[in-house]
Design a protein around this ligand. Structure first.
Ligand SMILES: [Cu+2]
Length: 153
């Protein structure tokens, strides 16, 4: 086999890898105010492959309690903005899904979910490539436990 054939195979393989990058994740918001993965393991970070242009996060609320008691959402913002968003969300209250309407500091967010409900957000990877973005739940009192880092690599 000639050198060019090998080179060609190499290009095909790397194209394949880029295509195979997992650009979506399913996560869960639990009864115990945790984000978990499909295996039930607690999540404190989500690694986003830099090869993805968009990354989809689907949150499902696995709690059995009412949305007003154990609602969960998934909000993305710069680390330094999280506390302010949570504070303004608390003031906005449950009727506004614990987020100030049209809060410009919020990059993306799901709806506030009740038991068994799901929602998906799509993150434009270019917009968070610089790093320093976190995800959290803005439900009153949840952010201290439901909070993690987005890592693009
Ligand atoms: Cu929550």
């Amino acid at each position: 086999m000639g050198r060019y054939n090998l080179l060609f195979i190499g290009i095909l393989c790397s194209a394949n890898l880029a295509y195979a990058a997992e650009c979506a994740i399913d996560i869960y918001g639990t009864e115990t105010k945790d984000y978990t993965d499909t295996a039930g393991k607690k999540i404190s970070q989500i690694v986003i492959p830099a090869a993805c242009s968009e990354f989809a996060v689907t949150l499902t609320n696995t709690s059995k309690r009412h949305k007003t008691t154990m609602g969960h959402n998934f909000v993305v913002a710069k680390q330094g903005d999280v506390k302010g968003i949570v504070l303004d969300g608390a003031i906005a209250g449950i009727k506004k899904d614990y987020l100030k309407p049209k809060d410009k500091r919020v990059l993306v967010h799901t709806k506030l979910l009740g038991p068994g409900e799901s929602d998906t957000v799509k993150i434009k990877v270019a917009s968070i490539k610089g790093g320093g973005y976190d995800f959290f739940c803005s439900f009153l009192g949840h952010e201290t436990k439901m909070h993690g880092k987005l890592i693009v690599q």
